[in-house]
Structures are given as structure tokens and as C-alpha cells.
Design a protein around this ligand. Structure first.
Ligand SMILES: [Zn+2]
Length: 191
């Protein structure tokens, strides 16, 4: 594990794990895939086995990421979907040539047409984004309650009341901020 890059935040939903490679979008943004090599690492840990990535493929990947972010945010807010973002998602989906394969153990594995075909991996991610934005999957798109984050995430909790994209980061930070504010208030009133 390389210490020179910020670590990944992997969730259970591929499309929003991908948008979470850029975090703190409304604060001081943290880019978790700053180089093509780092994108390759992210794709591999996400079950999309590519072995290389050109600068053009890298640009395309980040363009898809921002398009998913824009479309998912609009969907969470019940706004009209931005058409430029929809076009990029659809284009990436159409260019992908990955196929789903069933392993003998009963798991799904993605097979890319070649390990250098980043486009195949992007197609899988785009299709995943389409399925959540279209409301086909069991869950609800929502925006993280942290003011410096506001990431779109897919809430699959039973009650559909999840407030943060990730409990361990945004959730804890919010709780700590509230606790500190309360402490300050209490010490101010006891003076
Ligand atoms: Zn968040």
C-alpha cells in the first residue's frame, strides 16, 4: 500500500465508490486518483482488472466520474438531469464491451475484452450509475449531510434515513463538531 496517495473509500455501490474518489468536494477537495496508475489500482480493487491506462483514458474516466456526480446529485435533489452528463454516461456505457461471468462459486466477475480496455471498465461503471439513477435498484439516492462533502450516495438502509456518505468519516466528523460546540457552550456558560 503506497503512502504517497490518499487511500480509497470503497463502498458497496460501484458508481458512488467511483465518485468518492474525489471527496470533500465542497471543502478542500481530496483527489484519490491523481494519476493514471492510481486509477488502475482503483479499478483493480473494484473488480475491474485493467493493467494500464493512457492519459486520454484517464481524462475520460474523470469526465465520467464528474458526470455521474452531477447526474446523481440532480437525481437526489429531484432536479432535471444535466443533459451533458447524461450524454457522457450513455456514451461510456455504449462503448464498454465487458461481459458478466458467473464463477463456479456463484459470484459475478467482470471480464473485459482486453486488460488495456479502460473503456470496458468505464462501461460497467456507467451502467451501474444508470441503474441507481433510474431508480431500478432497491435504495434511495441522497446527499451527504456534511456541508464540506455533500456527496451523492446510495442509501440501502432499511429505514432509508442514512445521513452521511460514510459513517467513519463524514458521520464522525459531524458528531465531533457538534460535541465540541456543545462543550464550548457549556464552558462559556459556567464562566
Ligand atoms: Zn460525506
Amino acid at each position: 500500500m503506497s503512502a504517497e496517495f490518499p487511500e480509497f473509500r470503497l463502498g458497496s455501490v460501484l458508481a458512488t465508490s467511483f465518485t468518492a474518489t474525489l471527496t470533500e468536494r465542497r471543502g478542500e477537495p481530496v483527489e484519490r486518483i491523481p494519476t493514471p496508475r492510481r486509477l488502475v489500482d482503483w479499478l483493480v480493487v473494484s473488480g475491474l482488472d485493467v493493467d494500464s491506462c493512457t492519459p486520454a483514458q484517464f481524462d475520460r474516466a474523470r469526465e465520467l466520474r464528474e458526470s455521474i456526480h452531477a447526474a446523481a446529485t440532480a437525481a437526489a435533489l429531484r432536479n432535471a438531469l444535466p443533459s451533458a452528463a447524461v450524454d457522457i454516461i450513455n456514451d461510456c456505457s455504449a462503448r464498454g464491451r465487458a461481459s458478466a461471468a458467473l464463477t463456479p462459486e456463484g459470484a459475478r466477475r467482470w471480464r473485459l475484452s482486453s486488460p488495456s480496455r479502460v473503456e470496458d471498465a468505464l462501461g460497467v461503471i456507467a451502467a451501474d450509475a444508470i441503474s441507481i439513477i433510474a431508480g431500478e435498484r432497491d435504495g434511495r439516492l441522497a446527499l451527504c449531510a456534511s456541508p464540506t462533502c455533500q456527496a451523492a450516495f446510495f442509501d440501502t438502509s432499511q429505514s432509508r434515513t442514512r445521513r452521511w456518505c460514510e459513517m467513519n468519516t463524514c458521520g464522525n466528523r459531524q458528531k465531533k463538531a457538534r460535541f465540541n460546540a456543545k462543550q464550548r457552550k457549556e464552558s462559556a456558560s459556567s464562566e
